[in-house]
Structures are given as C-alpha cells and as structure tokens.
Design a protein around this ligand. Structure first.
Ligand code: PLP
Length: 394
C-alpha cells in the first residue's frame, strides 16, 4: 500500500464537487468553454476590489527590511489590532489584538480550532446541509461529526441538536450564511441554541463551544444582516476569511476571533496559537496580513451576486423548480424534481450544466447551483434547465 488507508479511502471517495469541476474541465476541452455552464465550484468570479492591487503595490515597494520573515504565530500585532477594531465596531463586544489569530483562510482557522478543542472521539454537531470538507477537518483531529438535518426551510432543528448532545459533544459547528442553502440563522435561533448549549454544558460538566464559520458574512441580500454570535454566546469562536468577500481564495488569508468573554480565555488562545504553529501553518501569509488592515471595510460588489440570484430564482421558479430563496452566500439549493439527486445532476450534465448533488452536502434530494458566474452563463443555461425539468417530469 502506497499511502495510509484513510487517505486512500478519501482519494477514492474524493469530493463530488471537485469531481464535477474536473468533468467540467474535460467537457470544456471537448465542446468549448462557452458551451458548458459551470455552476460547480464556489470560486468567486469577481476580481478583488480595485483598492487591493493599489495596496499591494505600496506594500511591495516598502523598503523596510524583514517584511518577509517569520513573525509571532498569531500574526502581526498591527493586523490583529486592526481586525479587533473592526470587530469592535461591528459587534456588541470589545475585542483586543490578543483575541485574534490570523489564519490560512477559514479552512485553516477551522483546523486550528478543532485541533485546539478536540480529544480523540470527541463529537461535533453539524447541522446539514453543510460544507463537507468539515468531515475531513474533523478526521484530521480525530473528531466525530454528528450530523443533524435542518428543517425543510433550512432553519436549525433545535430539538434535534439538543437530542444529539452527549458527554462526548465538544462543539456545535454552524455556518451562516450557509453553503449550500444560503440560509442566515436568525438571532432568535442563535439565542435558543445558546440556551441549549449552556444547559447541556452544565449537565455534562464541560463547556460545549459554538464554532461559527462565517466566510460569507458580508454576502447577504435584501438588507439582511447576519447576527453576530459574540453577544449571544459567551463560549463562541468564529472562523472567517477574505476568500469570498474580497475574492481572494487563492491568497489563503483569514482569521479566528475568540469571544473576549470566553471562559479559560488564556488557555483557549494559547491553544489556538500553538495549533497554528504545529499544524505547519506557522503563520498566515505575511504580505496578505499587511494588506488586510486597509481592506477590512471593503468588499466586492455584492449587488452583482444579488442580481444573479434574482435572475436565477425568478427563472427557475417559472420553470417549476422548488427552493427557499437564498438570503446570502452565492448558492441556490433547489429540490431535485426526481428523488435521486445524482440522477438529476446527471440529467443536467447531459445539458452541459454542471451542478453538485445535495448528497455532497449531506442533503440528498437537492442540488447546488453556485451562481458566482457571469450573468450570461445563467441566461444561456436556462433552456437546459427547462429541458431537464421536462425530462424529469416525464
Ligand atoms: C462554508 C465554508 N467554510 C469554509 C470554506 C473555506 O474557506 P477558505 O477558502 O477561506 O479556507 C468554504 C469555502 O468554500 C466554505 O464554503
């Protein structure tokens, strides 16, 4: 055997999203890029805001020595302070630089959190549908996912979550706005969830944390804002990144913010910083850390995604597709008109439309359309969506 059994298994069961993306590349080579409607990956199609390149130019020309060297594992103090100030402005909580750890994207941040919190066999409750990479992240740190389906409208099933909590539960991991459903959890839902976590923490004699994965926080529509977790849940830790709101996924820059009021604060933060180091991240990319203080209040043009959402939702509703209108992120997650989501995604593929089955997010009977594409791709794909629906309805 060339590699570890666990990795061999994972290679063979590689993500359906990547599989779809790779098949798309093949199909594009065969029939031309313009004839394939690729909604498979959440790779933002907008360029970063104009100011980003200007900031980089200035930073690159900065003659000060040592700009590319090692730094404290949590990141530059100046960057952490800027992030803390940004969070203090936008939350009902006061942050200091010490509450922030700069990370290699949200994915890096989540791994740092899980490495810090989990002992082997500890469980993390995850409402589904969910970003399936979480399974790998948990496995990295010997944690076990407990998947609890959300309700039909993708709101949290609080009874289901409470019923799943046991002495093994270490955390609940939520993602809002949600990939793939586009759902934003309400303040009421989060308050109720927190009450459950507090009650169960008392019952089982250890803290059950709320981990909030928020890379889509700025991407909301119709004036909706994402409730902050910090004045709701004391035992909370957020992971986020600039991958989606600044269109910088390849630059791998994000951060973890610890609730300033969290119990055992010193130990939690020391653990996060150590984990950032020993997972081999060492620190988040230096150049990006120096850029971030200038970009915290910027974002790509969110109205671009809202227009895409509206065009897609209006057209698909007319064609008979059923879905909850996304409140944020850039995904639509309709029900499949046939029971088997993989069968329907294959029907769409026959129309050169690439989507991802709901099974890839722990929610069969649905499929995900990533609408971070050009509007022309959406428009030209609609006849294919119509034919696939007709075929499905027989
Ligand atoms: C819900 C969710 N969490 C985390 C990530 C990872 O983000 P990053 O690229 O910043 O690591 C993604 C990326 O698509 C995501 O959708």
């Amino acid at each position: 055997m060339a590699v570890a059994k666990r990795i061999e298994y994972s290679i063979n069961n590689a993500s359906l999203i990547r599989k779809m993306f790779e098949e798309g590349l093949k199909r594009k080579a065969e029939i031309g890029e313009e004839n394939v409607f690729d909604f498979s990956l959440g790779n933002p199609n907008l360029e970063p805001p104009a100011g980003f390149k200007e900031v980089l130019k200035d930073l690159i020309n900065d003659p000060a020595p040592g700009r590319h060297g090692y730094m404290p594992n949590a990141g530059y103090d100046s960057t952490r302070q800027a992030v803390a100030d940004f969070l203090s402005r936008n939350n009902n909580a006061i942050f200091s630089a010490g509450d922030i750890i700069m990370t290699v994207g949200a994915g890096g941040g989540l791994n740092v959190i899980l490495r810090t919190l989990l002992d082997p066999g500890d469980e993390v409750i995850i409402p589904s549908p969910y970003f399936m990479e979480y399974n790998f992240y948990l496995e990295n740190h010997q944690g076990t996912p407990r998947i609890i389906p959300t309700k039909k409208d993708f709101s949290l099933d609080l009874n289901g979550i409470e019923g799943a909590i046991s002495e093994k539960t270490r955390a609940v991991l939520i993602n809002s706005p949600n990939n793939p459903s586009g759902r934003v959890y309400t303040r009421e839902e989060l308050l109720d969830l927190t009450r459950i976590l507090e009650k169960c923490s008392c019952r089982f004699g250890h803290t059950i944390y709320l981990i909030s994965d928020e890379p889509y926080r700025k991407l909301t529509y119709d004036g909706i804002t994402v409730p902050g977790i910090f004045d709701i849940c004391r035992e909370s830790i957020m992971a986020t990144s600039f991958s989606k709101d600044l269109s910088l996924p390849g630059e791998r820059i994000g951060y973890v913010a610890v609730n300033p009021e969290i119990t055992a604060k010193h130990t939690v933060i020391s653990g996060l910083i150590l984990s950032n180091r020993i997972l081999g991240f060492v620190n988040a990319p230096a150049l990006m850390q120096r850029a971030i203080p200038y970009l915290l209040d910027s974002s790509v043009d969110i109205s671009f995604y809202q227009k895409n959402r509206d065009m897609l939702c209006d057209a698909l509703a007319d064609l008979g597709y059923e879905f909850s209108r996304p409140q944020g992120a850039f995904y639509l997650f309709p029900e499949t008109p046939v029971k088997d989501d993989i069968e329907f995604v294959t029907m769409l593929k026959d129309e050169n439309i690439l989507t991802v089955p709901g099974s890839a997010f722990g929610r069969p009977g649905h499929f995900r359309i990533a609408y971070c594409t050009s509007p022309a791709v959406i428009e030209r794909s609609l006849p294919g969506f119509e034919r696939a629906m007709k075929k499905a309805k027989g």
